[in-house]
Design a protein around this ligand. Structure first.
Ligand SMILES: Cc1cc2nc3c(=O)[nH]c(=O)nc-3n(C[C@H](O)[C@H](O)[C@H](O)COP(=O)(O)OP(=O)(O)OC[C@H]3O[C@@H](n4cnc5c(N)ncnc54)[C@H](O)[C@@H]3O)c2cc1C
Length: 339
């Protein structure tokens, strides 16, 4: 799609990860040049919204888009699908592709409730951004962990800083976390005594325009297609943030789906090939992300110490290759469809 130059421009070439203790002293970490090597330089970090903007602009008005609406009903009548919307008038479609993320409505309508496919990895995640935070550590992902909880900050352009919180479910206070005030209160409870810059960061939470807050889950399904409806990305096979590559996988799935559909001659065979090509690969990615999740926010101080030692060893290329190489390398060949 000719997107790479723009994505590289919007992205951040992160140089390293630094773990700090309660007083802000370095306790572990690693440079990411190992990632660069293992991915042959095809590694960048960018905001999801920058990717969405780049994709949208590449459509160049050639595809109709409806904003502020949602699919509300689906009825597969064999030779087409009748689609009802929350606001817009109903339409008929040849195919419906659900690319609506972890909590996909299309999946719910075509395959059933989320609970049947969701595998919880035992964590919650929250994130928000503020302007003007100090200190800034350019291109370094600074992270502080206490047992079962981890908070990180990353300095972005426009003097903005992203904060990311990950914590084990057992730290989530009892009661509802459905509303924004409840979510803020929960985060303040979970990270209130965690030391480092936490008191200041938590005090800034109220300034943030948005607070992302969700459980960390995967979506595991035997089928991604049903009749004339197909799922891609997190809707079909969310690997979770623990995989660190859900975006690339979602893009690859969309590419294969489009490539297999080709001229649309036989959608049944095309959808079957789409699943056959990618499902075993995604299942392996999910298994490796679930393995990694168990060590993401170690439960004890001893576990944290061990994790910090391991991350220091990642400076050694052979160790990096052993611990992360096999998970980063994609043992799959995607056809060149000439799209
Ligand atoms: C905190 C966090 C950090 C992550 N870090 C990374 C990372 O470093 N690298 C990486 O590769 N991946 C990362 N991921 C995973 C990555 O964000 C996802 O895998 C990726 O965004 C999946 O893309 P998607 O298009 O399938 O779904 P999404 O990006 O979730 O997009 C779904 C879209 O559908 C829209 N939508 C949802 N419901 C409806 C509806 N009913 N009607 C209409 N529209 C709807 C949503 O608004 C959204 O725009 C991270 C995820 C999280 C939560």
């Amino acid at each position: 799609m000719g997107l790479l130059p723009r994505l590289r421009g919007a992205g951040y070439q992160v140089r390293g990860v630094r773990f700090v203790d309660r007083e802000g002293r370095t306790s572990g970490g690693f440079p990411v040049d190992g990632f660069e090597r293992l991915t042959h330089g095809r590694f960048t970090s960018l905001r999801r919204s920058d990717l969405a903007a780049a994709l949208y602009e590449a459509l160049d008005g050639q595809v109709e888009t409806l904003f502020g609406d949602s699919i509300a009903t689906l009825e597969d009548v064999g030779d087409r699908v009748r689609v009802g919307f929350t606001h817009a008038a109903p339409r008929e479609a040849d195919l419906v592709i659900g690319a609506d993320g972890l909590h996909s409505r299309v999946r719910h309508l075509a395959f059933g409730p989320e609970a049947a496919f969701e595998v919880r990895l035992g964590y919650h995640v929250a994130a928000f951004e503020v302007e003007g935070y100090r200190p800034r550590d350019e291109l370094v992902y600074v992270s502080h962990g206490v047992p079962g909880r981890q908070v990180s900050r990353f300095a972005m352009r426009g003097d903005r800083t992203l904060f990311l919180f990950v914590f084990r479910d057992e730290y989530l206070p009892a009661g509802s976390v459905a509303s924004l005030p409840e979510r803020r209160a929960a985060l303040a409870r979970v990270f209130g005594g965690a030391g480092w810059e936490c008191p200041r960061i938590l005090a800034l939470m109220a300034e943030a325009d948005e607070l992302y807050f969700d459980r960390v889950s995967q979506i595991r399904m035997n089928r991604w297609t049903a009749g004339r409806t197909a799922l891609v990305g997190d809707a079909a096979a969310c690997v979770s943030l623990m995989a660190g590559e859900g975006t690339g996988l979602a893009m690859a799935e969309a590419y294969v789906l489009a490539g297999e559909l080709g001229d649309g001659a036989d959608h049944r065979a095309a959808l079957a090939r789409y699943e056959a090509r990618l499902q075993p690969f995604l299942a392996r990615k999910q298994a490796s992300a679930a393995r990694f999740a168990s060590s993401f926010a170690p439960k004890s101080a001893l576990g944290l110490g061990f994790r910090n030692v391991v991350t220091r060893l990642l400076r050694i290329p052979r160790v990096a290759e052993y611990f992360i190489g096999r998970d980063l390398r994609d043992d799959i060949t995607i056809p060149h469809y000439g799209l």
